[in-house]
Design a protein around this ligand. Structure first.
Ligand code: HEC
Length: 191
């Protein structure tokens, strides 16, 4: 009888503990941790750019301007000719020279020229991650210049082309046709 009674008490206690964790009405108004970010802090993190060009900032650059930035801030890791040094990837030069061999050769190196489907990804990627030692330190003009330089050295745009928020999404990457649009809408179509 005593044991039975204790079991009942534990059951009630467990229900209350569960209620405390999952029921919204007993949540505290504040957990007293963190702080509301300022609009400036949110803007500093809201830096994604997509293939439509949405998210690309004002600014512009040419391969000539980008070459100077590349020498100063990128060549020490990626090589003077973009050949890649040790584990730092190759940025210039298409390998394999022709075709899209990735289905049959899993070791084929994926490069900007042979694999990246969208040019805007270059802006987005460099903006958020490079130079690896100081991500976020480049100005929009510096990044547009670097993007122009890398696209031009990969033979994708002319050396004189000016790259900005309007011209970059219009650049057609060599590998783009090898990708299909993900048109799944959810539910049973996902496997
Ligand atoms: C301290 C060394 C270092 C410096 C400096 C550096 N990078 Fe990188 N970069 C890397 C490494 C390492 C990776 C590979 C990161 C990974 O795969 O996660 C990389 C990746 C990249 C990629 C993606 C390559 C690919 O095909 O996946 C690009 C583009 C790039 N860097 C551009 C730049 C540019 C432009 C600069 C100069 C502003 C720069 N990097 C400076 C080390 C560096």
């Amino acid at each position: 009888m005593k044991i039975h009674h204790l079991g009942f008490l534990l059951f009630v206690a467990a229900c209350q503990a569960d209620k405390g964790q999952s029921s919204p009405e007993v949540r505290p108004d504040t957990y007293h941790i963190g702080q509301t970010p300022t609009a400036g802090q949110v803007a500093a993190l809201d830096i994604d750019a997509n293939p439509t060009g949405a998210g690309l900032p004002a600014g512009q650059g040419t391969a000539q301007a980008g070459a100077a930035t590349y020498v100063a801030k990128c060549a020490m890791c990626h090589g003077a000719k973009g050949e890649g040094i040790e584990k730092n990837p190759k940025l210039i030069g298409t390998q394999p020279a022709a075709g899209f061999a990735f289905a049959t050769d899993v070791k084929a190196p994926k490069t900007i020229g042979n694999y990246w489907p969208y040019a805007t990804t270059l802006y987005d990627y460099i903006r958020r991650t490079m130079p690896m030692t100081a991500p976020g330190s480049l100005t929009p003009d510096e990044i547009y210049g670097l993007v122009a330089f890398l696209l031009s050295e990969n033979g994708i745009i002319p050396a004189t082309a000016m790259i900005d928020a309007k011209s970059l999404p219009a650049v057609k990457m060599p590998a783009q046709a090898h990708f299909v649009k993900d048109n799944r809408t959810g539910g049973a179509t996902f496997r």
